[in-house]
Design a protein. Sequence first.
Length: 155
Amino acid sequence: MLQTFLQPILSLSPVRPRHSRRLNQIAVFCLVLVSLGGLGGCVTLKGPGERMVKTELLFGDAKLNGGTVSPKEWQSFVDKEITPRFPEGLTIMNGAGQWRTKSGTFIRENTRILVLIHKSSREDAALIAAIRESYRRQFGQELVLQVTSDVRASF
């Protein structure tokens, strides 16, 4: 398939067989780079608003020792651990997901997705790390997934 895609490019210059593997590697790298929108450090965010950070935390509700995090337990966690650290606002969405534990077992569970839009700072990074660690300890979780991206936001 890759050869078919690259045939117009490959036909422009003869490629010796021993070089075709390296060319394929370069082509795959270029396709991945294009599909990701370029190199992260080279992307310029344009548009209205100021540069901010979007952090998404994914909290699974399956406890490793059995049971699930109840709605009451979750709301208590939000009230005590998240809101005091980010009182300016947050968004919580419900989802479903699956992941593999360190031991190789697949866990399918409901997930709560916390979205925070905030300034990039060491202080906010420390607050987010504290939220993750608190949830892990309180509910016997192996991990809390964090996804962070640069965004522009206006309020």
